[in-house]
Design a protein around this ligand. Structure first.
Ligand SMILES: [Zn+2]
Length: 275
């Protein structure tokens, strides 16, 4: 099975689905319901599905996966990444590195199976130090319940990988991937930029969560964002960077396969799918 892919300079970026995530307009902050509904293009009482995309880059003998999907922890429509990898002829044991945009459940719970065993027994986890430090730190009383809950889950997700976590600082890179911190959705949410010889590529994770709304209206936040104002600032900055530098972008929840280019449209942005 050939994967949907996007060529950027000398690099081939392949798209892999983990499935679809049921979401809701109830998450949208700062836009009236009717307007949001018309942008999304029809919902069932506000509910609709968005994709959970993962990406694969082969480079210098490394097999690099970007994010790891939701596993069986969230919805029955998710957790398809390992079987989709196998369907494409890639054994999960052949994955050498997993570059994480952030450690939310739909990106990190798929690191392990239902028993907590690693789906990727030979992979090293590449993650920004701010993100891993936040989710692996001890709770304090004032932390929100959702933070405490995701910390508990992060310990399960990372347990089999604890001796092979590569913490990346702002001034470091991994296999050509440079981190661009885009905090707000989570404290260490990271976009990864790869210079690909004749082009640039960026995996922007959840900078855009609802692509039908937040590319044209980057000022719209979601209840998921831990710091809404920082998330909005990061989204505007990253979309501006993608448009200015003509980066090929891959978004975790941009309609499948999630590849394309961000272009300016008036004072805002639009998405042009690749291919
Ligand atoms: Zn997500």
């Amino acid at each position: 099975m050939a994967l949907p892919s996007m060529r950027v300079g000398a690099v081939e970026v392949e798209g892999l689905s983990d499935g679809i995530l049921k979401t809701s307009l109830d998450l949208v902050i700062g836009m009236d319901r009717e307007r949001a509904e018309s942008l999304v293009g029809g919902t069932q009482n506000g509910s609709f599905y968005i994709p959970v995309n993962n990406f694969l880059v082969r480079r210098g003998g490394k097999v690099i996966l970007i994010d790891a999907g939701a596993g069986n922890t969230m919805q029955p429509t998710l957790g398809k990444l390992p079987e989709n990898l196998r369907g494409a002829g890639i054994e999960p044991s052949a994955v050498t590195h997993i570059v994480m945009t952030h450690l939310h459940p739909d990106h990190a719970n798929g690191l392990v199976d239902d028993s907590g065993r690693p789906h990727y027994p030979n992979a090293e986890i590449v993650v920004h130090e701010t993100e891993v430090d936040f989710w692996m730190s001890e709770n304090v009383a004032s932390d929100e319940d959702r933070v405490k809950g995701n910390r508990a889950r992060t310990r399960i997700n990372l347990r089999p990988y604890l001796d092979r976590i590569r913490r990346i600082r702002d001034d470091e890179e991994f296999a050509g991937f440079a981190p661009v911190l885009a905090p707000g959705h989570t404290p260490g949410h990271t976009c990864w930029v790869l210079a690909a010889g004749g082009g640039g590529f960026m995996a922007f994770g959840d900078v855009v969560h609802l692509s039908a709304i937040q590319i044209s209206h980057p000022q719209i936040a979601l209840t998921y964002d831990l710091d809404k104002n920082r998330a909005i600032e990061s989204r505007k900055r990253i979309l501006d960077m993608a448009a200015s530098e003509h980066l090929a972008v891959a978004g975790a929840h941009v309609n499948a396969p999630g590849f394309g280019y961000v272009v300016r449209k008036g004072s805002s942005f639009a998405f042009e799918p690749a291919g």
